[in-house]
Design a protein around this ligand. Structure first.
Ligand code: FAD
Length: 308
């Protein structure tokens, strides 16, 4: 079946980024096939905001990895959305990774984000699969040498948890771009000052690639504390105190998440951010509210950003 997007000339995200600020949403694959319809419902609910691309994360193994391919391929074939597949080095040999890339290529997918991945649950440190890749840089180099995908990579406003220091972190980020990545998406953060100092360090180190801000609206107090601790993101004390005060009132926590993300994104837009990438977690309510609060098209409207 011909892609409904076939009339759109841009199929590589870096081409879109040359022209405008991007809005994107990230989804994750379910553990079982029964969970697939819920993912598609979430994608379809957010489609109305006309994201420039949508991405699907890559799990630590087994069925979920095949679901990533399946979801990305369906998005490519059956919608007018531009998909980006996540791919990690976890638990896969070079040949297995080649297989994934060949299938994605065969399905017409043009964009990937190449990551190392986190160690699977119960494993303290990342260990490459025999014959696999140790770092995102190696995976990026391999994709660049063998395929025509556009390649994105991850970056960390507060530094990656395993980085020796912020200088080493920037050096490794820079290496990702030298190996062939074309733009970066940040880990979640709740204090824009971390983003701005990262941007400053990156630009001083000669990084010119677009850097999209990764935003996770808070949905649940315990979940966000767990996520933030895992990925080394700071929840500012004032925000944490407000979360604490709301106790188990889930609706109030979600409303606080909408309020804080609206303010955070508005400030990033005013500062001329290259793009906003929402970690949607297969939900749509909070993101819909945030985008409505910001005003239709505000994220993608480059002209509205002062300071440019
Ligand atoms: P790397 O770049 O390999 O970095 C890992 C550590 O090694 C860092 O401390 C870095 O400084 C250091 N390092 C990097 N290169 C070198 C080198 N050449 N030599 C020595 N040290 C080096 N995880 C998933 O499992 N699935 C996903 O789909 C997924 N999507 C993500 C999307 C985004 C936007 C982000 C920000 C993260 C995502 N993650 C995902 C999480 C990510 O896999 C983890 O943060 C992981 O711990 C690091 O991945 P990386 O690609 O940055 O790895």
């Amino acid at each position: 079946m011909a892609s409904p997007r076939s009339e759109a000339p841009e199929i590589k995200i870096p081409d879109v980024l040359k022209r405008k600020r991007t809005l994107s949403f990230e989804f994750y694959p379910p553990r079982t096939r029964e969970g697939l319809p819920a993912v598609f419902r979430s994608i379809h609910r957010l489609k109305g905001f006309k994201p420039d691309f949508v991405s699907v994360t890559y799990g630590a193994g087994g069925a979920t990895q095949r679901f990533t391919e399946e979801i990305v391929t369906s998005i490519e074939r059956e919608t007018d959305l531009l998909p980006m597949a996540h791919l990690t080095c976890v638990g896969q040999t070079r040949e297995e990774i080649r297989g994934v890339l060949e299938r994605l290529e065969g399905a017409g997918v043009e964009n990937v984000i190449a990551l190392r991945g986190d160690p699977p649950r119960g494993q303290a440190e990342f260990a490459p699969a025999p014959g696999g890749f140790s770092h995102a840089t190696e995976l990026i180099g391999y994709i660049r040498a063998n395929f025509g995908f556009s390649i994105a990579a991850a970056c960390y406003p507060e530094g990656h948890t395993e980085s020796r220091d912020l200088d080493a972190d920037i050096e490794h980020t820079k290496l990702k771009l030298e190996m062939g990545a074309e733009f970066l998406i940040t880990q979640l953060f709740y204090d824009n000052d971390y983003f701005y100092s990262f941007l400053d360090r990156a630009r001083r180190a000669g990084i010119r690639a677009p850097i999209l801000a990764g935003i996770l609206p808070i949905l649940n107090r315990e979940q966000i504390r767990r996520f933030a601790a895992l990925c080394g993101a700071t929840i500012p004390p004032a925000l944490d105190a407000r979360l604490e005060a709301l106790g188990d009132d889930r609706d109030a926590v979600r409303e606080l998440g909408i309020e804080t993300a609206t303010l955070q994104v508005r400030e990033l837009l005013d500062g001329g951010v290259d793009g906003v990438h929402f970690y949607a977690l297969n939900r749509s309510y909070s993101i819909s509210k945030i985008l409505s609060n910001l005003g239709g098209g505000r994220v993608q409207d480059r002209g509205a950003a002062p300071g440019e």
